[in-house]
Design a protein around this ligand. Structure first.
Ligand SMILES: [Zn+2]
Length: 283
């Protein structure tokens, strides 16, 4: 079966999770297109995703950057974070037949790994970057990938059990709208020392540390936090993966080529994975 037909079947089965990005009406799947009663129509791409952006959006994130992320995630950078997320979901929501929406899913590794943990669940990955979504379609087949405006979601009201918001901006109005009663948001934000060694190497001794206080306060104000967990560990990145580590993050954008070259000559770099996780429901 062709990738596009597998995706069409999956979209057909789960059309109720989506809405028209133009008029917000419910949508149906006709052959290989998503259509609304007003005849707005969106075709599936050959690779098996749907483009629901009204107009293309500019992005600083390139295909190479998403490929680098994939390579570093494959080393297990987020393994413990994802394991903790599984525990939070099981504890606060359950395990059966969940609809899981990853907003700002990029190349899709995190969503794939979460949905693998919940076999009867369906996963929807949204990102405004076509490059990210095109790469995401090489993940497993039972996930729905969509290029969309993450500020105005093409997702039906009260259709989602779990919203994943991993290192991406918070949109409390839209997140609240799409969640079912009893649904939860899991937010992951980088802790102060996330990839600190990379920043130290690229910017000298005064490697910038991250300020995440605002993101936390913002979130706690808008939602009722049920539980918070911290992940703090070190991952060894060997020389062959150091270029991907540099390319995966905007933290490297201001570094000089000279600093990057020095870092690439390291045998290995132990990097800190410092992530704060919150699970919350609507206030
Ligand atoms: Zn429409």
């Amino acid at each position: 079966m062709k990738k596009i037909d597998i995706a069409a079947e999956l979209y057909q089965k789960n059309a109720g999770l989506f809405r028209c990005p133009i008029c917000f009406e419910a949508v149906e799947v006709h052959e290989r297109s998503l259509v609304c009663p007003k005849q707005h129509s969106f075709d599936l791409a050959k690779k098996g995703y749907i483009h629901l952006l009204k107009k293309p959006m500019d992005s600083d994130y390139t295909k190479e950057m998403f490929q680098s992320r994939r390579a570093i995630y494959d080393l297990g950078l987020f393994q413990q974070v994802l394991d903790e997320m599984e525990v939070l979901i099981t504890t606060h929501v359950g395990e059966e037949e969940l609809s899981i929406l990853d907003i700002g899913c990029g190349e899709g590794s995190h969503l794939r790994q979460i949905v693998e943990k919940f076999q009867t669940s369906v996963g929807v990955g949204l990102d405004s970057s076509k490059e990210g979504i095109a790469l995401a379609t090489t993940q497993m087949d039972r996930l729905l990938w969509t290029v969309a405006n993450v500020e105005e979601l093409p997702i039906a009201t009260e259709s989602i059990d779990v919203v994943l918001n991993i290192f991406s901006p918070l949109n409390s109005r839209e997140f609240t709208r799409v969640l079912k009663p009893g649904g939860v948001i899991i937010k992951a934000i980088p802790g102060k020392r996330y990839l600190q060694e990379l920043r130290d190497a690229l910017y000298g001794e005064k490697g910038r540390s991250l300020d995440t206080a605002d993101a936390m306060t913002n979130y706690a104000k808008r939602f009722e936090v049920l539980e918070q967990r911290s992940v703090y560990q070190q991952i060894e990145v060997k020389r062959e993966h150091i270029p991907a580590l540099i390319d995966m993050t905007p933290a490297s954008w201001d570094a000089t080529d000279e600093k990057k070259q020095v870092l690439q000559s390291f045998e290995r770099l132990n990097v800190t994975v410092d992530v704060e996780l919150f699970i919350a429901k609507i206030n």
